[in-house]
Design a protein around this ligand. Structure first.
Ligand code: SF4
Length: 98
């Protein structure tokens, strides 16, 4: 289950998003792994934003996203927007050295 499906299931509202470009591409849209390289992160987010902006479900997705309280918005790229843990009042992810 990708991030978008999980969030929609969690809030009990699953708008139909026919043609959603994020399906099967959660690796681009999710918050990303801890310690992700800045350039890789920027490229990944750029790809996800590009898919959102060409997505036939963007208007419905954005309406759903914007109606959510900020604290409940999924972290990552959703509806052509980038949500971070800081937006939700959570501390940023910690980078753990290996
Ligand atoms: S606008 Fe973006 S997040 Fe929303 S359904 Fe389309 S691709 Fe997925």
């Amino acid at each position: 289950m990708n991030q978008l499906d999980a969030l929609m299931a969690a809030i009990g509202a699953a708008p139909a998003l026919p043609g959603a470009r994020c399906r099967g591409r959660s690796h681009l849209f999710d918050g990303g792994p801890a310690g992700e390289d800045d350039e890789i992160r920027a490229a990944r987010i750029g790809q996800a934003l590009g898919l959102c902006h060409r997505c036939p479900a963007l208007a419905d997705c954005r309406r759903w996203h914007d109606a959510l309280p900020v604290s409940q918005r999924p972290v990552g790229v959703v509806a052509g927007r980038v949500n971070t843990t800081a937006d939700r009042g959570q501390p940023p992810r910690r980078v753990v050295a290996s």
